[in-house]
Design a protein around this ligand. Sequence first.
Ligand SMILES: NC(=O)c1ccc[n+]([C@@H]2O[C@H](COP(=O)([O-])OP(=O)(O)OC[C@H]3O[C@@H](n4cnc5c(N)ncnc54)[C@H](OP(=O)(O)O)[C@@H]3O)[C@@H](O)[C@H]2O)c1
Length: 291
Amino acid sequence: MTKYLVTGATGLLGDKAVKALLKRVPAEQVAISVRDPRKADEFAKLGVDVRQGDYDDAASLDRAFAGIERLLLISSQGDNDTRIKQHKTAVDAAKRAGVKFIAYTSAPNATHSKLFLAEVHKATEEAIQATGIPYSFLRNNWYVENETESVKGVLAGAPLITSAGAGLAGWTTRGDYAEAAAIVLSGEGHQNTIYELSGKLSTYDDYAAAISKAIGKEVSVQHVDDATYERIMTEAGLPAPIVQMLSLIQQGIRSGTLAVEGKDLAALLDRPVTSLEDAVAEVVREINASK
Ligand SMILES: NC(=O)c1ccc[n+]([C@@H]2O[C@H](COP(=O)([O-])OP(=O)(O)OC[C@H]3O[C@@H](n4cnc5c(N)ncnc54)[C@H](OP(=O)(O)O)[C@@H]3O)[C@@H](O)[C@H]2O)c1
């Protein structure tokens, strides 16, 4: 009986990936590795095997990965050096545990990308390849939900602010990426594959048009330079490291690092990728529902 394990299952993507996996395989074959098992009660009640595992603690991952054949390794959060170390710890534990397949949530064009986040994914992809374990790299483009805070601002009357100019990103929903991950984890024929997963490439002006459509009101985009973007984000109360990260993302989009469109996501899902309009409408619905 093949046993599957998803890390980061109490995160936003992981939660959706586990739910998508449970539609494909029985709960008794599903395990999750989470930092705090108390946060995974919902899955435990469904019969999922909840294991404690922390990327900073190799011994915990040895216990968490025991007996697992197919692993979905969801990338961590934090600075690049920490994440590279954590992912290496997880990959080494997978090797020791005799895992037979690793699906890893990577980034667009990870091998050659100039996006500041890409070095994490390049290093992790290389670490996985070095183990000799069959793999699938799920090079997720951008989550439409990354802009949720900006959309909240827009709903409160602010313009959509960007220094990304006419840069393109392949936004689609976490739900689409999660479903694709579950399909790859539970399916056949994905050994040693690299999937560039994205929605249709779009600009911030397209994003604003999608908000306009969702709320039935014109939304303006304020195109600014990086210094102005950083000043506005700082004045909005964001901490300096977050401002720096957001600004680097804007610069990365402007320079084309997310302009990577593949047909892999629709092919894996066997349906069209959720459109920007539908995805943004869902973000707006969720914001309104949480008020
Ligand atoms: N493509 C994109 O647009 C995009 C955007 C944002 C992030 N990402 C990447 O995709 C990943 C998943 O996204 P998300 O939205 O689900 O993020 P998220 O909700 O922040 O989830 C991150 C997950 O990583 C887990 N994690 C963090 N440090 C860990 C550690 N030391 N040991 C074990 N687990 C650890 C967290 O565990 P806890 O539940 O215990 O906190 C959480 O489950 C992110 O972590 C990031 O690498 C991609």
